[in-house]
Design a protein around this ligand. Structure first.
Ligand code: AMP
Length: 307
């Protein structure tokens, strides 16, 4: 089934200990769409300014992403700048310029209203709610957020969380949201706040899924070099939800496989700056790394346990 994403299209300035890139195409909706479109038809909604280099997201259209919900507004595009620490995991946000995003009011094109699956990328909870309100009973909905909204818009966030099926957050956000310092207990607690499933991303340490009473964990793909971690979280969500939407139903097996696809596509994302690697990626490469992951995590009792 198709999946709708509402989120940012951005120009990012990224500094790592060894490199720097200025005004590269990024944004949560960009990364999400680039990954999800390998699995399901994607419809994207967002806004850019007149300065946005639209040729930088042409590869999304070539991958089948419907960008008819992308508004080009007068003014400058959303800009974000971040600096990574030596561990290439922690980062400081240097600045966030909302620009055209500030007055963004997501308006779904008529043809998008009945999209069966939706991913509410990291935007203000009130906007996420207005997207859900416009949609006609999506069969599956998922939500991402960040510390900024957990601190500033907690009540609105808790309200929108009650209306979605799956929450995807990182470990720090899970702890902050639940006030539970243990990540496993935090993941369980999240599923008591509304969504029936929660995924907690732990960067290079992988991801944890809590679905009802069941837990599932997957390590990150073992990479020897990370060049730019920006967008890994949104790419992970794109692989996971694109796969889930392609299956037409959600159960434990589908979610577990989705977690592996999300992990695999995110591992490609961080190999180059911005969306460069994702733009050149093929489905065959994804499938090959998926098989490698199966081999990487298997141990003698795995098959008996799943029998
Ligand atoms: P990630 O590394 O997965 O957390 O995603 C990074 C992407 O999120 C970058 O491309 C940024 O442009 C985008 N981003 C950062 N802050 C925000 C924000 N406040 N709202 C929307 N998108 C953001």
């Amino acid at each position: 089934m198709s999946i709708l994403v509402v989120g940012s299209f951005a120009l990012d300035t990224v500094e790592t200990p060894r490199e720097r890139a200025e005004d590269v195409v990024g944004g949560s909706a960009t990364y999400f769409s680039a990954a999800a479109a390998f699995f399901s038809p994607v419809r994207a909604v967002g806004v850019v300014g007149r300065d946005f280099p639209l040729e930088g997201i042409k590869f999304l259209e070539e991958r089948g992403v419907d960008l008819s919900g992308l508004e080009v507004a007068d003014g400058l595009s959303f800009r974000w700048a971040g600096r990574y620490h030596a561990n290439m995991a922690d980062r400081d946000t240097l600045h966030t310029d909302l620009n055209v995003f500030e007055s963004f009011e997501p308006k779904l094109p008529e043809g998008f209203l009945e999209t069966p699956a939706v991913f509410l990328a990291n935007i203000a909870p009130a906007l996420q709610m207005r997207v859900l309100d416009q949609m006609k009973k999506p069969r599956f909905s998922a939500l991402d957020t960040m510390n900024y909204w957990i601190d500033g818009e907690r009540d609105a966030l808790l309200e929108v969380m009650r209306r979605v099926d799956l929450l995807i957050v990182n470990d720090t956000e899970a702890v902050q949201l639940t006030e539970e310092p243990n990540v496993v207990r935090a993941a369980r607690r999240l599923t008591e706040l509304g969504p029936r499933a929660a995924v907690v991303k732990k960067g290079e340490h992988g991801a944890l899924l809590c679905h009802g009473k069941r837990l599932f964990g997957i390590p990150a793909y073992p990479l020897e070099e990370v060049r730019d971690p920006t967008g890994a979280g949104d790419t992970f969500a794109g692989g996971l939800l694109g796969y889930v939407a392609s299956q037409g139903h959600v159960d434990d097996t589908v979610l577990r496989r989705g977690l592996v696809y999300g992990t695999v596509v995110a591992s490609f994302c961080v190999e180059a700056f911005g969306v460069q690697r994702l733009a050149a990626l093929t489905r065959d490469e994804i499938d090959e790394r998926y098989r490698e992951m199966a081999n990487f995590v298997v141990f003698p009792e795995s098959e008996q346990a799943s029998a």
